[in-house]
Design a binder for this molecule. Structure first.
Ligand SMILES: [Zn+2]
Length: 420
């Protein structure tokens, strides 16, 4: 007998409706007897959403201790540096727990969070390590030791990076374009790779998050990955400068990214508002070269980056909202592109994070999401709520479908926003 039978699922990437069987928390072959049956009535069913890039330590701090009036990256960093002085473990944990619950309600079951280590007490790292244990089995967290103010440029940066790793960071970060010189930037990337190699960790570096076309540290990441044989274990995040490189350099770089097996994360929400700030017109989109990377066979993911913090005042932790904005920033509105889009918040980041046994297949954990929409494109177009979020065969979040009516010619009629 099954524990759960899910009927009439429009499983993403599968033609027609299918049923799903669950026993002992795993997907198993269908049987007719089940303790519980849920008819999802043709709704889209996907594997869990995967958030490859967020800054949980800063969530919900918008306006603290003061608002970011200009909205720029640099004022955001200045505001955050003030807020860091007030961090306590309890303050961080309370905010992180709240956003993790939002993410889970949005179908996110795996999260990679950068955590600022430019704080001699490492308060945020200590708090996140505790929350990671608390949340295990509901939302799985990977923590990146992230030097917001630089590794070489911040007093004690190297030691704090090492201490964060010893406290339990899963991934080593970096921010080479923020270091004092080009040479320091190169050295910081080499430092991060050496630290990761020493502890057997992955690398995820904030790289070239600027409109400066002379910011060229992704090439250093590709070279380090190739030389240290770390293909598949390294992610370059943001890489917005790539949009401004000349075509010949970009061509060479994309080939080297492919050769190195780097994963790439684009963050359309934050970068739509943070980049192009020094342009007087035309204003660049401040975005990386997603299509060119994908044409070369590179794995590209979409990240959310910020939720109500000094850099981005909006958001509620929903990767589908980030994907919707990406469609516009990235000119990703072609028919095939819209159908592939959800890959960038599911299977692609699952690959970047190295998640084992991910996906709707017999023998894998019965983790999945039921959208209140029949297709991928409808889910993106409507920003559809997640009707059910299921972890190991148990419903862990539920949103009742909205019911809307209009009165038309005196007659109250339902409206679904779906084409007939
Ligand atoms: Zn970031």
């Amino acid at each position: 007998m099954l524990d759960l039978l899910v009927r009439n699922a429009q499983v993403r990437g599968t033609a027609g409706l299918t049923d799903l069987g669950v026993r002992d928390g795993l997907f198993v072959p269908i049987e007719q007897d089940a303790r519980e049956t849920i008819d999802v009535a043709g709704r889209l069913v996907t594997p869990p959403l995967v958030e490859p890039h967020i800054h949980l330590d800063a969530v919900l701090t918008v306006g603290q201790p003061r608002p970011n009036v200009s909205g720029s990256l640099f004022e955001g960093i200045a505001v955050w540096s003030e807020r860091v002085k007030d961090l306590t473990v309890e303050d961080v944990k309370t905010r992180v727990r709240q956003v993790l619950r939002w993410q889970l309600a949005n179908g996110v079951q795996h999260v990679r969070s950068h955590v600022d280590i430019c704080d001699p007490s490492l308060t945020a790292v200590r708090a996140l390590v505790e929350v990671r244990e608390e949340a295990r089995g509901q939302v799985d967290l990977q923590l990146v030791a992230f030097p917001q103010l630089g590794i070489l440029s911040f007093d004690g940066g190297r030691e704090l990076m090492r201490e964060a790793v010893e406290l339990g960071a899963d991934v080593v970060g970096g921010i080479p374009h923020y270091e004092l010189t080009r040479e320091d930037g190169v050295e910081s990337v080499q430092f991060s790779f050496a630290l990761a190699e020493e502890f057997g960790l992955r690398v995820d570096i904030h790289c070239d998050e600027t409109d400066d076309d002379h910011s060229r540290f992704v090439e250093v990441m590709a070279a380090e990955t190739i030389r240290r044989n770390m293909s598949g274990r390294v992610t370059a995040s943001h890489t917005t400068a790539m949009h401004s490189y000349n075509a010949a350099y970009a061509y060479r770089l994309v080939n080297n990214i492919k050769r190195a097996g780097l994963h790439m994360v684009t963050n359309p929400l934050d970068n739509a508002v943070l980049q192009g700030r020094f342009d007087t017109g035309p204003i660049r989109r401040g975005h990386t070269r997603v299509k060119q990377l994908q044409e070369a066979g590179v794995n590209v993911c979409i990240g959310h980056d910020s939720v109500m913090d000094p850099w981005y005042p909006l958001g509620f932790g929903d990767p589908v909202q980030a994907a919707f904005v990406f469609v516009h920033l990235g000119h990703y509105s072609g028919d095939d592109e819209l159908r592939r889009l959800l890959d960038m918040v599911t299977v692609n980041p699952a690959l970047a994070l190295g998640l084992p046994n991910y996906g709707i297949a017999e023998g894998n954990p019965a983790d999945f999401v039921v959208f209140d929409a029949p297709t991928d494109v409808d889910a993106i177009r409507l920003g559809s709520r997640r009707h059910l979020v299921v972890r190991a065969g148990r419903v862990v979040a539920r949103t009742e479908p909205a019911q809307t009516t209009v009165t038309w010619d005196g007659d109250e009629q339902p409206v679904t926003f779906l084409r007939g």
